[in-house]
Ligand binder design. Structure first.
Ligand SMILES: Nc1ncnc2c1ncn2[C@@H]1O[C@H](COP(=O)(O)OP(=O)(O)OP(=O)(O)O)[C@@H](O)[C@H]1O
Length: 600
C-alpha cells in the first residue's frame, strides 16, 4: 500500500487546550486499579529478533509499548520505534509537525462485521425527551480538506513577513487551525535552524495540543515570582534555557487569555536582558493568539490581570486581528446566541431559546451527549458511575512512558498534560472519545462506543505493514499470527454524515519535544478517553456534536461560553439551569475589546 497522501486534514483540530491540572489521569486511573484481575494479561517481553516484517515489528512495538514493564533502554527503543513509524506512516504527532496529514486506515482498524445499532444509554429523566434521529456533524470542514479563509490567509502572510501579531476571534473561528498553519510555515521558513521557532502556550495541556511547551518552561523561569532581573540571572545559569533564548527567532504563544499581564511583562523584559536588545522579547518575532472571553488566568483569589494590560503588550503587538467567520457552528441563530453570550449581554429571545434547551435528548444510535463540568471531581464521578452500571469485563491499558526528562515531579506534570491517561479502563458499552486525528472521519473529538475487544495478532494482514512503518517483508502476506494475549478495543464511531464506522483502535504516541528534537517525555497509549463527561478546561478547543451542560455548576467568567460553544448545533446541545446571571464576560475584556481597531 503506498504511503498516505500528505494533505491537510480538515476539521481536525487536535484539541488545543484544556486540561492539565484539571483532569488528571486519575479520572480513569481510579476506576480500576492496576491490580484488577480483569486487566489485560501482558505477556513478558519477548527476546529481541533481528529481522521482523513491518507488520511483526509494528505489532511488537505496540505490544511492548502497552506492557509498561520494560527496562528503560527498552522503553526508549519501543518509544522511538513507535515515533518513527508515526513519522513515516501516520500524521505527525502533535509535537513537531502540527498540520494534520490525511492517513489511510489499515484494514486492521476496520472491522468486517456489520454494525449492530443498539441504544446502550437511555435517559433516566421523567421529562419527555426529544428523539434525535438525524443529528450529523454540523462542523463544516470535517469531511473536506481545509483551505484557509481570506482572513486566515492574510494573517498567515503577515506572520510569514515577520510581523508581531495578536489574532483573536470568537470560539470556532479557526484560530487553532490557523495556528497550525503558522507553525508549519514558520518552521519551513526557518528550516535551517530547527530551534528558531518556539511553540508555547499558557497551560501544559494547551501546549501539548500544539506540540509545544508552556511559556514558563520556554523562558526557564520556574514559578517566575522574582523580578525580571533576578530571573534573567537564573536563566543565564541554565544552559538549555539560555540557549533557547539565544536561538529563538519566532515565539508563538497560544491561549493568551490564561497568561497573566505581569508574566507577559516579565518574559518580554527577560528577553531584552538576555538578548541584549532594547525591544520586548529581545527582538524575537512574537505571534500571540487566544480569546480573552474564554478562560482567564488562574489567580488563586487575586484579581486577574490580562496580558493585554501588560506594559509590554502595546510595545510588542503591532497588529491585532479579529477572525470573524465562524466555522464550528453553521446555524446563524446559534452563532448570534453565542456571540451575545460571549459579551455577557443576552437578548430576551436568546434567553428564552437557551432555556428551551433544557429538554432531554435521546440519540437513537445510543451515543449520549458528553456532559461538561467545571470540576474534574465531577467528571471523574460521572464517568466512574457510568462505567459501574455497565455489566461485563473491565480491561485496563497501561501506557508506556518514555523521554529524557529525569526529574520525576516535572515528568509527571508533563505526562499529566497529555489527554491520554496512564491507565485507561474500558468495558464493552463504554462511551469513548478519540483523542487523535486519524483520517478525515476519525478525528480528535469523534465519539464512539466500545463494541468488543479483539486479539489483533490473530488477524494481522498485509495492510498492517503500511500502518506499521517499515515494510520489511518482501514476501507479501504477513499471514496469521499466534495470539499475543493483547486485546484491542473495537469501537463504533459516530460519523460526520450520520451512521457509525467500526474500527479496531490501536495505540498511538504523544510526545513533548524540545526545538532541537530531543523528546522530553512521550506516552504511548490507546487514543481513547471515557467520554460521558469531560471538564470544561479539557473541552476548551474541542468541537463536540453532543453536549450537555448544567449551568448551576459554572462559577468562572467565560466558563459557560467555553462550554456551550463546543457544540456544533442547537439540536445537539442540552443546557440545564440556564440563568443569564451566570453568563458573564469580564468587564475589563469587554472594555478593552471596544478599543480595538480591527484591521480587515
Ligand atoms: N478555513 C476553514 N475551513 C473550514 N473549516 C475550518 C476552517 N478553519 C477552521 N475550521 C473548522 O472550524 C472548527 C473550529 O476551528 P478551531 O478549533 O481552529 O477554532 P478556534 O477558533 O480555535 O476555536 P476555540 O476558540 O473554540 O478553540 C474546526 O472544526 C475546524 O476544523
Amino acid at each position: 500500500m503506498p504511503p498516505p497522501p500528505k494533505q491537510s486534514i480538515s476539521g481536525l483540530r487536535s484539541i488545543k487546550r484544556d486540561f492539565s491540572s484539571f483532569l488528571p489521569s486519575a479520572s480513569q486511573d481510579s476506576v480500576i486499579s492496576s491490580s484488577d484481575p480483569n486487566a489485560i494479561p501482558w505477556t513478558p517481553t519477548p527476546p529481541k529478533q533481528s529481522k521482523l516484517s513491518g507488520a511483526e515489528q509494528r505489532l511488537r512495538d505496540i505490544e511492548e509499548a502497552l506492557k509498561g514493564n520494560l527496562v528503560s533502554s527498552e522503553i526508549a527503543l519501543a518509544s522511538s520505534q513507535t515515533s518513527r513509524s508515526t513519522m513515516l506512516q501516520k500524521r505527525p504527532s502533535s509535537s513537531q509537525d502540527p498540520p494534520a496529514k490525511r492517513r489511510q486506515l489499515p484494514s486492521s482498524w476496520n472491522d468486517p462485521e456489520p454494525i449492530q445499532r443498539s441504544a446502550y444509554f437511555s435517559s433516566s429523566s421523567t421529562r419527555t425527551p426529544v428523539v434525535n434521529k438525524t443529528l450529523t456533524n454540523n462542523a463544516p470542514g470535517r469531511t473536506a480538506p481545509i483551505s484557509l479563509s481570506q482572513e486566515q490567509q492574510h494573517i498567515l502572510q503577515l506572520v510569514r513577513e515577520g510581523q508581531n501579531i495578536f489574532y483573536t476571534g470568537s470560539a470556532g473561528t479557526g484560530k487553532s487551525v490557523l495556528l497550525r498553519e503558522i507553525i508549519a510555515i514558520m518552521r519551513a521558513k526557518h528550516s535551517r535552524s530547527p530551534d528558531a521557532v518556539a511553540v508555547t502556550a499558557s497551560t501544559g495541556i494547551a501546549a501539548c495540543n500544539i506540540g509545544g511547551m508552556t511559556i514558563h518552561s520556554f523562558s526557564g523561569i520556574g514559578l517566575g515570582l522574582e523580578s525580571a532581573e533576578v530571573l534573567a540571572n537564573k536563566v543565564r545559569k541554565n544552559k538549555k534555557a539560555s540557549a533557547r533564548w539565544a536561538r529563538t527567532q519566532v515565539l508563538i504563544i497560544d491561549e493568551i487569555s490564561m497568561v497573566e499581564g505581569e508574566l507577559f511583562d516579565k518574559i518580554a523584559h527577560i528577553g531584552s536582558i538576555l538578548r541584549k536588545r532594547p525591544e520586548p522579547f529581545g527582538g524575537i518575532q512574537v505571534v500571540v493568539t487566544g480569546d480573552f472571553f474564554q478562560l482567564p488566568p488562574v489567580t488563586k483569589g487575586q484579581k486577574a490581570t490580562f496580558a493585554f494590560e501588560a506594559e509590554m503588550w502595546r510595545k510588542t503587538i503591532k497588529k491585532t486581528f479579529n477572525l470573524t467567520q465562524v466555522f464550528r457552528q453553521r446555524d446563524p441563530e446559534f452563532v448570534d446566541m453565542l456571540n451575545e453570550m460571549r459579551f455577557g449581554k443576552l437578548t430576551p429571545g436568546s434567553i428564552a431559546r437557551f432555556r428551551s434547551l433544557a429538554r432531554d435528548i435521546v440519540y437513537e444510535d445510543g451515543l449520549g451527549a458528553t456532559e461538561l463540568f467545571p470540576l474534574r471531581e465531577d467528571v471523574e464521578r460521572s464517568n466512574t458511575a457510568r462505567m459501574r452500571v455497565i455489566q461485563g469485563e473491565t480491561r485496563s491499558f497501561t501506557a508506556l512512558d518514555g523521554g529524557t526528562l529525569t526529574d520525576e515531579t516535572q515528568r509527571e506534570k508533563m505526562l499529566n498534560n497529555f489527554m491520554a491517561p496512564k491507565t485507561l479502563t474500558l468495558k464493552i458499552g463504554a462511551q469513548v472519545m478519540l483523542i487523535k486525528n486519524i483520517d478525515d472521519t476519525l478525528v480528535n473529538g469523534s465519539m464512539g462506543k466500545i463494541v468488543k475487544f479483539i486479539d489483533p495478532s490473530a488477524s494481522l494482514e498485509e495492510d498492517d505493514i503500511a500502518y506499521g512503518g517499515k515494510p520489511s517483508s518482501k514476501n507479501g502476506k504477513a499471514g496469521k499470527k499466534q495470539s499475543s494475549g493483547v486485546m484491542w478495543p473495537v469501537v463504533d464511531f459516530l460519523q460526520p454524515g450520520g451512521g457509525l464506522r467500526r474500527v479496531t483502535v490501536q495505540p498511538e504516541s504523544w510526545k513533548v519535544e524540545l526545538p532541537n528534537g530531543e523528546v522530553q517525555v512521550s506516552r504511548t497509549q490507546l487514543p481513547l478517553i471515557l467520554a460521558w463527561a469531560m471538564s470544561i478546561h479539557k473541552s476548551q478547543g474541542q468541537t463536540l456534536e453532543r453536549v450537555k451542560v448544567d449551568l448551576a455548576k459554572v462559577f468562572e467568567k467565560g466558563q459557560a461560553y467555553v462550554a456551550l460553544s463546543r457544540a456544533t448545533c442547537l439540536d445537539g446541545l442540552q443546557v440545564l439551569h440556564f440563568d443569564p446571571a451566570r453568563v458573564n464576560a469580564h468587564p475589563k475584556v469587554v472594555d478593552w475589546t471596544r478599543t480595538l481597531a480591527t484591521v480587515s
